[in-house]
Design a protein around this ligand. Sequence first.
Ligand code: SF4
Length: 236
Amino acid sequence: MAELRISAKNLGELARPEFCPRCFWLKSHARYLPFQIFPGIFSSIDAYTKRVIHAWMDRNGGAPFGLENLGDVAGYVDPTRYSRFMMKVPEHDILLTGAPDEILTFRDGSIAVIDYKTARFTPAQDRLMPMYVVQLNGYAAIAEHQGLGRVSKLALVYAEPVTDERTAARPEIHTDDGFTMPFAVSVHPVGLDLGMLKPLYRRAREIYDLPEAPEGRKGCQDCERLDRLMLLARKL
Ligand code: SF4
C-alpha cells in the first residue's frame, strides 16, 4: 500500500464525535475535492496576529495577551527553521505533516506549540476541540522529532473581532483611508499527550487501506444530495 500523507489536522478528524470514515476515505484518496473554498482572510488575520505578537515580544520581551501565563517565555522560533514540518511514522507508513502557527521558547529550554484562530470561542468551536487537541499534539510530535525542543505546553489563541456599536463609534477606529477593527485575544491551554496519536495512526491506516469507500455517517444527508447531483448531471 502507498504511503499515507496526512496533516495533523486531518488526523484530528478521527477524534471528532461526528467523524465519518467515508468522508475520511474520500478525502485521503482524492486529494483535491470540489467546493472546498476557504476564504483567505482568516489566514491573513492569523498571520497578522502572529506579527503583532512578535512585534510586542521584540519590543518588550516576555509575551502578551495571557501567553505569559503559559510559562517564562524567552522568545519565538524563527518560522524558517520549521518550513518543512513533517515526520515519518514508519510503523504505519504514514507521513504526518503540519504547519504550526507559532512556536514559543521558554527559559527552561522547552517550547510551546501555538495555533491561532480568528474566531469567537463558541460552543461550535468547542465541538471542534477534539480535532484541535490532536492537531496540536501532532505538531508537538513533529517538533520534537525535528529537534526543535522538548514540548512542554500547547495552546490555542483565539483572536475575536470586536464589532459592537460602541466600538465602531470610537473616533480612533476611523482612519484617513478606512477603519481599524480591534481583536480580543484569549489563550486556551491544551493537554499534552503524545500517546493519543498512536491509535489514530492505526485507525487512519485501516480506513485508508480499505479497497472502497466505507459507509457514511448515519443521519448525514450530503451523500444523498451528491448522488442526486450526479444523477442530474448524467441527464444533462
Ligand atoms: S455521509 Fe456525510 S460526512 Fe460522510 S462522506 Fe457522506 S457527506 Fe461526507
